[in-house]
Write a protein that binds this ligand. Structure first.
Ligand SMILES: [Zn+2]
Length: 203
């Protein structure tokens, strides 16, 4: 994970991975939703702990669940664009990548952009950094990995978290089992920190 972090810093220097100056603050982010089986429970938990977060939504899910998408915003969280579908920039043409990201922007109306899998080809990156604010992460929870136990995920997040960390979770069915166990524990054990959303008008 540390190696991946430094490589990404070299390859995508304009991307945000952490807000180093935000002392005692962490930024939880949820990718791939909204999903009616998962997202409402996350919203409930965040609300219970007075936490704010950022949801990097897929355009196709915003289309399917517009009410749920609006609910995220009306509860005071922020949203970002994760593309229209979960397109891998390494495995599609630049044109496909660009159109997919634009369609995601059209639906999310957010300039915060997180490319699926956190990767783009150099040309895609050059384009995306001019058009959007690219947001990656410093901690990947790997909540989607069904081989991992909830405790492993919790330990990984707790031991790596630092000032202004951006942590990735997934409001997807695949991550659901781990996430519902992990999230309340993390919100409780890190309750000395402030859980903040990433501002959508960030420069
Ligand atoms: Zn994703």
């Amino acid at each position: 994970m540390k190696a991946a972090y430094s490589i990404s810093k070299l390859v995508y220097p304009a991307a945000i991975r952490r807000f180093e100056k935000q002392k005692n603050t962490v930024f939880f982010t949820f990718d791939d939703g909204p999903d009616p089986q998962v997202t409402p429970q996350i919203l409930y938990l965040l609300n219970r702990f007075g936490a704010k977060a950022t949801f990097f939504c897929l355009g196709q899910n915003i289309e399917k669940y517009p009410t749920l998408f609006n609910e995220i915003l009306s509860q005071g969280h922020s949203v970002g664009n994760h593309g229209y579908t979960h397109l891998d920039g390494f495995k599609c043409t630049n044109d496909e990548f660009l159109k997919n990201a634009e369609k995601g922007f059209f639906l999310s109306r957010s300039r915060l952009f997180r490319p699926p899998y956190g990767r783009m080809k150099p040309i895609q990156y050059q384009w995306a950094k001019r058009r959007f604010k690219i947001v990656l992460w410093d901690i990947m929870s790997e909540d989607y990995d069904e081989e991992k136990s909830a405790n492993e995920i919790i330990d990984n997040v707790i031991s790596n978290i630092t000032h202004g960390s951006i942590v990735v979770f997934h409001d997807s069915k695949q991550a659901q089992k781990n996430l519902f166990e992990v999230l309340p524990v993390l919100l409780h054990r890190l309750s000395h920190l402030v859980f903040e959303k990433i501002p959508m008008d960030i420069q």
